[in-house]
Design a protein around this ligand. Structure first.
Ligand SMILES: *Cc1c(COP(=O)(O)O)cnc(C)c1O
Length: 749
C-alpha cells in the first residue's frame, strides 16, 4: 500500500524513502482511504462551529480508525521503518489553545465513530497558536507552521465572499476527512482560509501588521488582544468564520432542495463558546435578505442554534463594544440592535440585555435569548451557571438549560497513546469496551487480584521508562524512572494554580535541606503555555524554571527531586506524558475550572487525582469514591462566598510560619541568582497583596494531602488497587457518551 504511494510520489522504494517521504506516502494513503468512506446522512445535519479544533497529529489516529495500523506497521518494518519515525516527521497542527479546542477534536472523533451526520466548522490558521521556546528561563513565542506542500487539507475550490463594510475578502473552503473508528464512515473538518493570506507580514516572533486584514486574517489563532488593533482583528476573524459558515450552511440547505424556512428542521448549529456567536445575527441577516420577515427569521434561527458555555471567568465572557462592531461589521449591527429590542420587549431587566449599559454587545446573552439550548460542561459548572452566573436567564428559560459533562476519545487517549494498557484491559474484559466504554467497569473485578495489580504496576513502570527515554532525547532531561511522576499539564493560568504547586516544591526543597527526606525521589513535570500578553502567567513560568535550576544545582536536593518543564506543551507531548503519570494535579481554585479534560485522560491511564472539588473532579470523586482520590482545599460555595464578601486577604495566610518562608523564597538569593528580580518580584507582590485565585488559601491543606499521597505511594499494592478502580470508573468520560447525550437531548439528528 505504502510502497505504491512511495513509487508514485518519489519514484523509489519505501526502504529508500526518508522518514519525511514515508510519512508523505502514508498521508496520501490515509487521505485516499478516508475520502472513500461514506458520510452519514440524516434528516438533520449538525454543524459544530468552533474557533478551535486542537486535533493533534492525525497519522496514527487515521491508521487506527481506518484499520490500517497492522498492515502499515508490517510494511514499514519490512522497509526498516516504524510508525513512530513517521509520526516524528509529522507536524502537529496547533489549531487550538487548550481544553476547549481539544474537546472539539474529541467530539469530531466520536461523531465520526457513532456515524452521526455532523461536521466541524472553523478556521484554517496557518500558524495556529505559537510555538513556545524557553530562553533565559522565560517563554518566547515563534510561529508554528504545519501546512506543508502535502498536508491533511483538501482544497474544495469553494469560495465565499465576506464583506467588512467597504472592504471585501474571499474565504476558501478546505476540508480534513476524519474517519470514524471501525472505518465505516467519516466526518469532516471544514476550515475556511483567507485567499491572499500573506506570511511575509510576520516580523520577529509572532508580531505582524494587525491592521492588514486583507492579508492576515487566518495567519494566527487569537492574536494578542491586549490592544485595540488586536481586539478588532479578533472580531474580523470571528465574522469571517461565521459569514463563510452561514453562507455554506444555506447553500447546502438549498442543495438538498429545501426552502430557507426549513432551516430549523434540517440544521442544528452547536456554538462552541461565544467565539462563533455572530452566526446568529448573520443567519438572520441572510434569511431576511432572502425575503423572510425579521421576526420569523429570528424564530427559525433560534430553533437551530445551541450554545455551549465553557467558562465563568468574568474576563473570558466576550463583550464587544458597539463601536468596534460598527467599524468592522456595519451590516450586522442593525440586526443585533433589532434582536436586542426584541429581547428587551419581552424581558426589560438590564441584566438580561444584549446591548448592555456600557454599550457593549454581550455575546453569551445573545446566544441564550436566540438559541434553544444552553449547556454547561460538568455537573458543578452547570449548577453554578444556573444558580449564580446565569441565574437571571435560568429563571426565564429553565427549559433551555442542561448539563453535558465533557469527555475524551478513548481511541486517542488510551488505544493510541497507551497500547500496553489497552491490551491489559482487553485480556481481562474482552474488546467490547472499545465500542462501549461503560464495559470498562468490569475491570473492577480484578481489583483484588495480585497478579493483575502487579502487571498494572509493570505497565506504568514501562510507560515511565519510555517517557524518561523520550525526555532525554527531546530536551536532554535525565529523569529517574523509579521516582514518583507528579504531573501538572494544562494552560498556564492563575486559577489553575501552578504557583501553588511551585510553593509546595519550595516547601519540599526546604524540608530536604533540613534533612527531612521523602520516601523516594520525586519528579515534578510541568507543561504549559502562557498567553503572550498574560504577564503574571509568564512570571509563574519564569519562577518554576528558576526553581528547576536551583534544585538541579544543589547536589544535596537534586538526589531527591527534579523539576522538568517541557517546552511547547501540545497534544503530542500530552500523549507521551499521560501514560507515565502517577499523580494527576487538578488543583484549580474550586468553582473556576468548568470541567477539565486533562483530569479524565490521566485517570483513564491510571494516575491518581490530587485535586479540589472543581469541574469534573466532582464527578470523578463520586465515581471512584473519596478513598480512591486525594481531595483538598475549600469547596466552591466557600470560595464563592469569599468573593461575594470580598473577604479574602492573602496577608492573613502569608503571615504564618508555614507560608511566609515559602513565598519569601521567591526573592531569596538562590532564586535571584537564576532569574530576573522584576519578574520574581511581581509574582511575590501578587501573592502577598492580591492572590486573586487564592493559592495561599489552600496551600496548607495541599501540602498535607500531597504528603499523604507520597506516603501512600509506598504501599504499591494498595496504590495499584486505586489505579485499577480509577481506570474501571473512567468509562463515563468517553466522549461517545457525551456526544450521545448531545444528540439525544439537543441535536436529535
Ligand atoms: C487535554 C488537553 C488540555 C486540557 O487540559 P486541562 O487539564 O483540562 O486544562 C490542554 N492542552 C492539551 C494539549 C490537551 O491535550
Amino acid at each position: 500500500m505504502l510502497s505504491e504511494w512511495a513509487e508514485k510520489k518519489f519514484h523509489k522504494s519505501l526502504a529508500d524513502c526518508s522518514a519525511a517521504e514515508a510519512y508523505d506516502a502514508a498521508l496520501s494513503l490515509c487521505k485516499e482511504r478516508a475520502a472513500a468512506l461514506p458520510r452519514p446522512q440524516g434528516e438533520r445535519r449538525l454543524y459544530y462551529i468552533s474557533a478551535e479544533f486542537l486535533v493533534g497529529k492525525l497519522l496514527s489516529s487515521s491508521l487506527m480508525n481506518l484499520g490500517l495500523w497492522d498492515a502499515v506497521e508490517a510494511e514499514l518494518a519490512a522497509a526498516g521503518k516504524s510508525i513512530a519515525q513517521l509520526e516524528d516527521a509529522e507536524p502537529e497542527p496547533s489549531l487550538g489553545n487548550g481544553g476547549l479546542g481539544r474537546l472539539a477534536a474529541c467530539f469530531m472523533d466520536s461523531i465520526a465513530t457513532l456515524g452521526l451526520p455532523g461536521e466541524g466548522v472553523g478556521l484554517c490558521y496557518h500558524y495556529g497558536l505559537f510555538r513556545q521556546l524557553f530562553s533565559h528561563n522565560c517563554q518566547t513565542e515563534q510561529p508554528d507552521g504545519w501546512i506543508e506542500e502535502e498536508s491533511w487539507l483538501r482544497d474544495t475550490g469553494r469560495r465565499y465572499r465576506v464583506r467588512f463594510g467597504a472592504r471585501q475578502v474571499t474565504g476558501r473552503l478546505y476540508e480534513i476527512d476524519l474517519p470514524g473508528y471501525g472505518g465505516k464512515s467519516r466526518s469532516r473538518l471544514r476550515l475556511f482560509d483567507l485567499e491572499g493570506v500573506d506570511p511575509s507580514l510576520i516580523r520577529d516572533g509572532i508580531t505582524f501588521d494587525k491592521t492588514d486584514i486583507e492579508h492576515n486574517l487566518t495567519l494566527f489563532l487569537y492574536p494578542d488582544d491586549s490592544d485595540r488593533a488586536g481586539r478588532l482583528l479578533r472580531v474580523y476573524q470571528q465574522y469571517f468564520m461565521v459569514s463563510c459558515a452561514a453562507q455554506m450552511i444555506l447553500e447546502e440547505l438549498a442543495q438538498r432542495g429545501e426552502a430557507l424556512s426549513q432551516l430549523d428542521k434540517r440544521v442544528v448549529i452547536q456554538i462552541n463558546d461565544t467565539h462563533p456567536s455572530m452566526i446568529i445575527p448573520e443567519l438572520v441577516r441572510l434569511l431576511t435578505e432572502g425575503g423572510m420577515p425579521f421576526e420569523e427569521a429570528a424564530g427559525v434561527v433560534s430553533r437551530c442554534c445551541a450554545y455551549t458555555n465553557h467558562t465563568i471567568l468574568a474576563e473570558a465572557l466576550e463583550r464587544w463594544p458597539v463601536a468596534d462592531l460598527e467599524e468592522v461589521v456595519p451590516q450586522l449591527m442593525p440586526v443585533i440592535r433589532r434582536l436586542d429590542r426584541l429581547a428587551k420587549l419581552r424581558y426589560p431587566q438590564p441584566e438580561l440585555a444584549i446591548i448592555d449599559g456600557q454599550n457593549q454587545v454581550q455575546m453569551a446573552r445573545m446566544d441564550i435569548h436566540f438559541g434553544f439550548s444552553v449547556n454547561g460542561v460538568a455537573a458543578l459548572h452547570t449548577e453554578i451557571l444556573e444558580q449564580s452566573e446565569l441565574a437571571p436567564f435560568y429563571r426565564i428559560y429553565p427549559e433551555k438549560f442542561s448539563n453535558k459533562t465533557n469527555g475524551i476519545t478513548f481511541r486517542r487517549w488510551l488505544l493510541g497513546c497507551n497500547p500496553a494498557l489497552a491490551g491489559f484491559i482487553s485480556r481481562r474484559i474482552g474488546e467490547g469496551w472499545k465500542q462501549d466504554a461503560d464495559a470498562l467497569g468490569r475491570l473492577a473485578d480484578w481489583k483484588e487480584d495480585p497478579a493483575s495489580l502487579e502487571e498494572l504496576l509493570g505497565i506504568k513502570a514501562s510507560s515511565k521508562r519510555a517517557l524518561a527515554e523520550y525526555l532525554s532525547q527531546n530536551g536532554g532531561f535525565s529523569v529517574d524512572p523509579d521516582s514518583v511522576f507528579d504531573i501538572q499539564i494544562k494552560r498556564l493560568h492563575e486559577y489553575k494554580r501552578q504557583q501553588m504547586n511551585l510553593l509546595y516544591i519550595i516547601w519540599k526543597y526546604r524540608q530536604i535541606k533540613a534533612g527531612q527526606l521523602p520516601p523516594r525521589p520525586i519528579t515534578f513535570l510541568f507543561g504549559a503555555k502562557a498567553a503572550p500578553a498574560y504577564r503574571l502567567a509568564k512570571d509563574i513560568i519564569h519562577a518554576i524554571l528558576c526553581m528547576a535550576q536551583v534544585v538541579a544545582q544543589d547536589p544535596q536536593v537534586s538526589r531527591w527531586m527534579k523539576i522538568v518543564f517541557v517546552e511547547n506543551y501540545n497534544v503530542t507531548w500530552a500523549e507521551k506524558l499521560v501514560p507515565a503519570a502517577d499523580i494527576s494535579e487538578q488543583i484549580s481554585l474550586a468553582s473556576k475550572e468548568a470541567s477539565g479534560t486533562g483530569n479524565m485522560k490521566l485517570m483513564l491511564n491510571g494516575a491518581l487525582t490530587l485535586g479540589t472539588l472543581d469541574g469534573a473532579n466532582v464527578e470523578i470523586s463520586q465515581l471512584v469514591g473519596e478513598e480512591n482520590l486525594y481531595l483538598f482545599g475549600r469547596r466552591s460555595e466557600e470560595v464563592m462566598a469569599l468573593y461575594a464578601k470580598g473577604a479574602y486577604d492573602p496577608r492573613s495566610y502569608y503571615k504564618t510560619p508555614l507560608i511566609e518562608p515559602l513565598v519569601d523564597f521567591l526573592l531569596a538569593k538562590p532564586m535571584l541568582e537564576q532569574g530576573d528580580a522584576e519578574q520574581l518580584g511581581r509574582l511575590y507582590q501578587d501573592l502577598t497583596h492580591k492572590d486573586w485565585f487564592m493559592a495561599l488559601l489552600d496551600l496548607e491543606d495541599y501540602i498535607r494531602v500531597k504528603e499523604q499521597m507520597f506516603a501512600d505511594y509506598e504501599d504499591r499494592q494498595s496504590w495499584a488497587k486505586k489505579m485499577m478502580i480509577n481506570i474501571a470508573q473512567a468509562g463515563y468520560f468517553s466522549s461517545d457518551r457525551t456526544i450521545e447525550e448531545y444528540n439525544r437531548e439537543i441535536w436529535k439528528l
